[in-house]
Design a protein around this ligand. Structure first.
Ligand SMILES: C[S@@+](CC[C@H](N)C(=O)[O-])C[C@H]1O[C@@H](n2cnc3c(N)ncnc32)[C@H](O)[C@@H]1O
Length: 350
């Protein structure tokens, strides 16, 4: 889960673009070059993500290892790769090579038709909505990076008179979310469209509520909080989930795996401090419960992986992608006490 970094890389403007290209190189690199590439990646992490060394962020402060323990060096959290699997937007240059295209297509097979594309559930969305109350009856709501739209539908049901705009830059997700919204009978007040969250096509002060489940990392939390603030009305509210460390002593293999994907990941307190530094007052926060990871996300993904493992038996390239997805699930199964998703609800301070 990283801002702009990923396995299925597209080049994006800004500091993270080198890192994106590097991951694309890394997955295609012969084994003998892995440690060199890891080394370069970590140098870049330090340069491009200066918060790494700042105590105030609460990040796990530890020297990153130069090799990823016990894993194929190309492995990153699925959510990191997902961050970059969408349609390139204008000005972006696609840098993936054919190996990446193949891996990406298998990855997309895993990630098409799942109930959701990240941890979350209706109860948690409802709990966050309760923290955001009071809201105007016909609130203007923006759901950023809506994926296939599960939480978009929940928002429409929980706020029955709200006008909702939902955006994602991966067109198949936008189409799926639109279908779900229509099936839920909310098409007249929920508009789903393709948009890049780094350049949202909205006016300042347009929304009473901004929602973002599992995607702020795509543009970096500080950047997201800053840009979203200007889209909110003076007393507008914000709700988002963010990956955080729940312990400051995670096992090395887990630490390195997350740092390869999301070097900016901090503690829950660090994320909350950032929220107030960016001009919001905290209304409440909670860590997503375990079942919000399993029921609508990892269990369906495991079912999909079982089918695809049979389909791609004997195809090492495809199997490597599936193994990576299994690894992500396995890490959560083993280490869910070490990290989680924090749901944060805050109000814009004037
Ligand atoms: C972890 S998924 C979360 C999706 C959904 N909110 C959910 O919880 O099911 C992250 C989403 O971010 C989207 N995304 C990644 N980069 C984006 C960008 N630059 N602009 C818009 N959407 C983006 C992906 O397409 C994906 O749908």
């Amino acid at each position: 889960m990283a801002s702009g970094s990923g396995f299925y890389s597209i080049t994006v403007a800004g500091a993270a673009s080198d890192l994106s290209t590097l991951y694309a190189e890394r997955i295609a690199a012969p084994t003998s070059r892995y440690s060199d590439l890891c080394d370069r990646k970590h140098q870049m992490s330090r340069r491009d993500y200066p918060r790494w060394d700042e105590t105030s962020t609460g990040n796990c402060r530890r020297e990153p290892a130069l090799a990823v323990h016990g894993t194929r060096a190309g492995r990153l959290p699925c959510c990191v790769r997902r961050a970059n699997m969408g349609i390139p937007t204008s000005g972006e240059r696609v840098t993936v090579n054919s190996d990446d295209t193949r891996a990406r297509s298998v990855f997309m097979e895993v990630h098409s038709g799942l109930p959701r594309e990240g941890p979350g559930d209706r109860a948690s969305t409802g709990r966050a909505i309760a923290l955001a109350q009071p809201l105007p009856a016909s609130a203007d709501v923006l759901d950023i990076a809506c994926g296939p739209g599960e939480q978009t539908v929940h928002l429409a049901q929980l706020l029955p008179a709200a006008r909702i705009q939902a955006v994602d830059y991966h067109r198949p997700f936008v189409e799926e979310a639109s279908r779900r919204v229509a099936t839920a009978g909310a098409g007249h007040r929920v508009k789903v469209s393709v948009a890049d969250m780094r350049a949202l096509p909205f006016e300042t002060g347009q929304f009473d509520l901004i929602w973002c489940e599992g995607a702020a990392y795509n543009m970096g939390l500080t950047n997201a909080l800053t840009q979203w603030r200007s889209l909110l009305r003076s007393d507008g509210k914000l709700a988002f989930t963010e990956a955080v460390w729940l312990r400051d002593d995670p096992p090395d293999e887990l630490h390195d795996w997350w740092m390869a994907g999301y070097p900016d990941m901090g503690s829950a307190n660090a994320s909350l401090e950032l929220v107030s530094r960016c001009g919001y007052r905290l209304l409440g926060s909670f860590v997503l419960p375990d079942h919000a990871w399993w029921e609508r996300y990892y269990h369906p993904m495991e079912d999909r992986l079982t089918i695809l493992e049979e389909k791609y038996n004997g195809d090492p390239e495809a199997m490597a992608v599936l193994e990576d997805c299994r690894l992500e699930i396995d890490y959560y199964r083993r280490y869910s006490d070490c990290y989680g998703y924090l749901f944060v609800v805050a109000i814009r301070e004037s």
